[in-house]
Write a protein that binds this ligand. Structure first.
Ligand SMILES: O=C(CO)[C@@H](O)[C@H](O)COP(=O)(O)O
Length: 230
């Protein structure tokens, strides 16, 4: 599996926000921009009322890139999806706190198929009592800051509050687990979420893929805004 190169701040690119008619061309731009990995959204139509990306696209992308790919399974019953996504190129597989009953089993399954597990929380879900024990199992927590599956939403203040709580709980437990913020991440919202404790930032339509700007320019602006807030 491909691993991310860890920096103080890492930027990931949300694939669903790329130009899917010219994906290869957009990938070339992403790969010279400073982005550390791809964020690949999979929704089952029940977790939220949409379907976005699937295995054939992942398979094509993984053959064409040296960057790691995080597959975000915004699905119920993730056990039905893990094997296929891992075999088609997922390096990291994020499963939802709201959808997993047995974390040992699901994290074990992800590792068995050669990927690394990530724990995801919806924007409305606070960290529970098991947060620290689960955070020890993963390199980062994926915290949605909008509802899953749709671009162009406004960041939810509750989600920012949860990031702050998570970072405090991690600090109190002396854990360096990272926190990824996903949804409406841009130069205006970055100071707030970085101060709250996020250090992996997923760029989409509002932050990374902006008309009239290169991905490289947007990525540098995101990193600069984050560093100024640290
Ligand atoms: O698709 C989603 C939301 O689930 C994200 O992966 C993107 O990050 C959205 O980016 P913005 O359009 O909110 O900037």
């Amino acid at each position: 599996m491909k691993k991310i190169i860890e920096n103080d701040i890492n930027i990931s690119a949300s694939v669903s926000c790329m130009d899917l008619c010219h994906l290869k061309k957009d990938m070339e731009e992403v790969e010279k921009s400073g982005v550390s990995f791809y964020h690949f959204d999979v929704v089952d139509g029940k977790f939220n009322r949409c379907f976005i990306l699937g295995e054939p696209t992942l398979k094509c992308m993984s053959k064409e890139t040296d960057l790691p790919i995080e597959v975000h399974l915004a699905v119920y019953e993730p056990e039905k999806f893990i094997e296929n996504y891992a075999k088609n190129g997922a390096d990291y597989i994020a499963v939802h706190y709201e959808a997993v009953k047995n974390f040992n089993k699901i994290f074990g399954m992800i590792r068995h198929y050669g990927a690394e597990p990530i724990l995801a929380y919806k924007s409305t879900t606070p960290p529970g009592e098991d947060f620290i024990s689960l955070a020890k199992e993963v390199p980062w927590i994926l915290k949605l800051t909008v509802n899953p599956g749709f671009s162009g939403q406004k960041m939810q203040t509750t989600a920012v509050k949860h990031i702050r709580q998570m970072r405090k709980m991690l600090n109190d437990a002396d854990l360096k687990t990272r926190i990824q913020a996903d949804g409406n991440v841009n130069v205006s919202t970055i100071p707030i979420i970085v101060k709250a404790g996020a250090d992996i930032l997923t760029g989409g339509t509002s932050g990374l893929f902006l008309e009239n700007y290169t991905v490289k320019k947007c990525c540098s602006k995101m990193i600069e805004a984050a560093k100024n807030a640290m």
